[in-house]
Ligand binder design. Structure first.
Ligand code: SF4
Length: 326
């Protein structure tokens, strides 16, 4: 049965402006779909454009020098790029919400948790204050917080990192979002809490049949959580594949490098291979394939011409001349 598309991103380009005439392109030619009920991973090193992509989808670039200069972001039939700001504000936090890496930056430090949760819930529903408070307590219970009435009376600084992250997940899920964007949701947490939070997100996603766009640099998390994966490099998608295809048969040299640098239990390897060099600066992108300066297979053609993202079959796409020339 064909899967139903929830979010469709088409030819998205986001630029950052330092003046009216001068800009750098942070992401371009970004096109992908998220299906209903799936967890899609978005991976790549820092600076590859993952977070800009998520902020562009959420239409949260207003407080930055960034602007979407091309493309569509269609959620459930509505193009959020063209929709009036008021409509987008209603959709954000309602149909679509986001979990950030740093809960402390998303929670208001001067407001008690109950007030913050009630405000969010009432903004997107017809609930009375009492109903919203009961719903907030239910949500905290759902994310495994013991004694919700006590936590609801706390200010964010009175909670541990793991607890604040749970509160943020509860808040993000409180209006039954169809799409949850989680940007490095566990990076700031220690390993045991990380596992608990990921399990929790998976459990809620299954129960609610929601979709998650999971942004991470951690391929272990992707293997654990996602059904499909998009790999970004220097502001472009370089590979897209179902998770088992990506790990079993990575097609782009960048993906191969990322996978090779993940420690494997019992492999006996003492020094892990790493990808030489670093992600290029937005202001000075190399000509041709953006990965060429770090790629051991690079040819003169790679350094001159940029490859397109092509379909390899098996739902796998790749942006590399090696694949286009067989
Ligand atoms: Fe490497 Fe060339 Fe492929 Fe780029 S196009 S990833 S440089 S082989």
């Amino acid at each position: 049965m064909p899967q139903e598309v929830l979010l469709s991103v088409k030819n998205l380009r986001t630029e950052f402006f330092s003046s009216k005439k001068s800009s750098v392109t942070a992401v371009s030619n970004i096109s992908f779909d998220i299906y209903k009920g799936e967890i899609l991973g978005l991976v790549g090193e820092s600076g590859c454009g993952k977070s800009v992509t998520s902020l562009s989808i959420m239409q949260l670039l207003k407080d930055t020098p960034g602007k979407i200069t091309n493309g569509e972001v269609v959620l459930d039939g509505v193009d959020l790029v063209k929709a009036p700001a008021e409509d987008v504000r209603k959709i954000r936090g309602g149909k679509m919400s986001m979990i950030f890496q740093e809960p402390m930056s998303a929670l208001n430090p001067s407001m008690r948790i109950d007030k913050q949760m009630i405000e969010t819930i009432r903004l997107h529903s017809d609930m009375t204050k009492e109903q919203a408070l009961a719903h907030a307590a239910d949500m905290l219970k759902k994310v495994g917080i013991p004694d919700p009435p006590r936590v609801l009376k706390n200010y964010p600084h009175q909670l541990s990192g793991g607890m604040s992250q749970r509160v943020m997940i509860a808040m993000a899920m409180s209006c039954d979002p169809k799409l949850l964007i989680a940007d490095e949701p566990t990076t700031a947490l220690d390993v045991t809490i990380q596992a608990q939070i990921l399990d929790l997100m998976k459990k809620i996603q299954k129960e609610e049949q929601s979709s998650i766009l999971l942004i991470t640099h951690d391929l272990g998390v992707v293997a654990e959580m996602c059904s499909r994966v998009i790999v970004m490099y220097a502001g472009k998608i370089v590979e897209e594949a179902p998770v088992e295809v990506l790990f079993g048969n990575p097609s782009h040299p960048y993906t191969q490098g990322l996978i090779a640098s993940v420690p494997k239990l019992g492999s006996g390897v003492k020094v892990l291979p790493s990808i030489p060099g670093s992600v290029p600066d937005l202001a000075s992108m190399p000509k041709g394939c953006r990965f060429a300066p770090r790629c051991k297979y690079a040819t003169d053609k790679c350094r001159e011409q940029e490859p397109e993202l092509i379909d390899l079959g098996n739902d796998q796409k790749c942006r590399c001349w090696l694949k286009q020339e067989g």
